[in-house]
Design a protein around this ligand. Structure first.
Ligand SMILES: CC(C)(COP(=O)(O)OP(=O)(O)OC[C@H]1O[C@@H](n2cnc3c(N)ncnc32)[C@H](O)[C@@H]1OP(=O)(O)O)[C@@H](O)C(=O)NCCC(=O)NCCS
Length: 152
């Protein structure tokens, strides 16, 4: 296992199309389904980084900015912002587009925290992360304040 990794190593991009089973009777994507997809993308990202099982321990505020409709295509991007001791903060962004209009719009964003687990389901120390781009450095610096603000 590498002792220090960069965010790009575990960045995860998932694509989904909204089917009837994902919507309410008005054909609008259910919020819980979207959170499930965001959780899946961030779980893949956390587990690739930690090279172990990782579980969701918290999800910061999720705000449903604009409706996503039946048939829309979603791109869910999950990227590590910072690793602490056993926990990892992941920033998730969701972009949506309809089939007919090529422009994507940002529909959701949230920070997820995962904890890596060993084979006894106890928190496991994860490899460090080194931010590279200016955006990654900004996210990294701000992550400590966000961690302190989360209730334990
Ligand atoms: C994850 C879990 C093993 C952590 O156990 P714990 O006794 O809180 O362990 P610790 O106090 O040592 O905390 C471990 C890490 O989690 C972080 N953490 C704990 N509670 C947290 C919270 N509410 N928000 C963010 N991070 C949290 C701690 O800060 C610590 O991070 P660090 O080691 O990087 O500093 C335990 O809370 C658990 O099993 N939760 C259920 C997870 C689950 O089932 N998820 C799926 C939900 S459906």
């Amino acid at each position: 296992m590498k002792t220090s990794k960069i965010p790009k190593d575990s960045e995860t991009i998932m694509t989904e199309i909204v089917f009837p089973n994902d919507t309410n009777p008005m054909g609008i994507l259910q919020g819980g389904r979207l959170i499930h997809w965001m959780d899946t993308a961030s779980a893949v990202c956390a587990q690739i980084h930690a090279e172990s099982i990782a579980v969701t321990v918290s999800i910061d505020k999720v705000y449903f900015k604009s409706p996503v409709h039946l048939g829309d295509i979603l791109t869910i991007k999950a990227k590590l912002t910072r690793v602490f001791k056993t926990s990892m903060e992941i920033y998730v962004e969701v972009w949506a587009r309809s089939v007919k209009i090529p422009e994507q719009f940002l529909t959701n964003q949230a920070y997820f925290t995962f904890v890596a687990l060993d084979s006894d389901a106890k928190p496991l120390i994860v490899p460090a992360i080194k931010p590279v781009t200016s955006e990654e450095k900004k996210q990294y610096s701000a992550a400590l304040k966000r961690k302190k603000e989360r209730k334990h």
